[in-house]
Design a protein around this ligand. Sequence first.
Ligand SMILES: Nc1ncnc2c1ncn2[C@@H]1O[C@H](COP(=O)(O)OP(=O)(O)OP(=O)(O)O)[C@@H](O)[C@H]1O
Ligand SMILES: [Mg+2]
Length: 459
Amino acid sequence: MRTLLQEALEEDGYTVETASGGRAGIERVKQGGIDLVVSDVKMPDLDGLDMLREIKAVSPSPHVITITAFGSIDTAIRAVKLGAFDYITKPFDVDQLILSVQKALDERALRSELARLRDEVQRTYRWGNIIGRSGVMQEMFALIRRLSRSSASVLVTGASGTGKELVAKALHFNSPRRDRPFVAINCAAIPDTLLESELFGYKRGAFTDARSDRAGLFVEADGGTLFLDEIAELAPALQAKLLRVLQEGEIRPLGAARSQKIDVRVVAATNKDLEERLANGSFREDLFYRLNVIHIHLPALRDRAEDILPLAEHFLATSAGKAGKDIRAFHEAAKKVMLGYGWPGNVRELENVVERAVALTEGTLIRVDDLPALPGARVRAPESSGDGDAADPLAAAAARGLTLSELEREYIMCVLAAEGGNKTRAAQRLGLDRKTLYRKLEEYAASGTIRIPNEGEAK
Ligand SMILES: Nc1ncnc2c1ncn2[C@@H]1O[C@H](COP(=O)(O)OP(=O)(O)OP(=O)(O)O)[C@@H](O)[C@H]1O
Ligand SMILES: [Mg+2]
């Protein structure tokens, strides 16, 4: 039977190895490279179901087709329950078996292709809940991964809304500290006196209002990560205290007689230029070097435009899910508008814009009209094609999808019209020599899309 099946399968192009018993089969599977096992339940050395159980424990495990005796439907059911892909009852037709083999291998190929694609998508565009297709973000993913075992301080810089807090959390939740607390505090939001007791804690009676002991955030974050947001705003006295804590790895609450050891990883963030503050003396250099052991800088969103669409799609999926709306994608023109916009509020602004668009839209697509906050979107609306666009003509041009030469042509025609068709003055204003301007105008006229105004003719 074994030889017969081997020949039949090889004839159909499969590569077949045989084993004369269950034990030998399992050993072969463990060596790897087997996609499918066809086995009888009755074998001299081992029950086929036991073999199945052992094979399924191997990872990655091959598919298994079990051959059962006529009438033993119980065994067949048990085989499937144990993870067999299919079963065949004796007596059977070889073609029947070959069909099942084909099905099993097709399914397997499909599944591994899916896994590969999913892996690729994740590897390229997202890491945990951080989205990023650009080179800088890819490097950041790798950096966070490499830093996962370290407890070194990290300084995260970047403009508002670039994702500094998200990175701080990623550092924490991808480290062995993930089961301990992630504690965040905004140093700019709390008055200095309060911040001190907030961070380091106090003993009962340390000051008038201290009616009981308070642990402080460093203690709360023990074993975990403390995120110090807006670190540039930390007052000089607190900078000195923080430096001491970082250097000594211990804190002394206000009014306490003794210090206590703490194990906290500090991640600090700022959207300010710390180097500048070092220069003017408002931020301590020694503290800066303590915090800045590793520096992660998040560029503005407009400087990593490849991230715009993956981020927008991510926010679309989450917002639509939350709103219970079936919105699947962005219209091409809406994508252009988003790509052409400068995003001064960075990722947070993009998130808000998409959320609003999801609330506004009625259909299954986000259209330009659903993005009213973006300048390019206004250009599209016919009623405002006038002076409203002056705000950001380049973003508007990008939103309309103009090529560089189309933009050039529009600009030349605009200046020419403004000069009442006077080509000499237009050339002067454009910084072109007359000949070049003439040549360009001839090209435009030849392309048939533009009528060249004559000298003196009003616009
Ligand atoms: N790469 C990204 N992938 C997914 N979401 C992101 C990404 N970057 C930022 N976000 C989201 O954008 C929003 C703003 O991010 P975050 O709060 O981390 O910014 P920030 O740099 O701390 O801003 P601020 O300086 O204003 O505090 C959050 O909702 C965050 O989840
Ligand atoms: Mg923040």
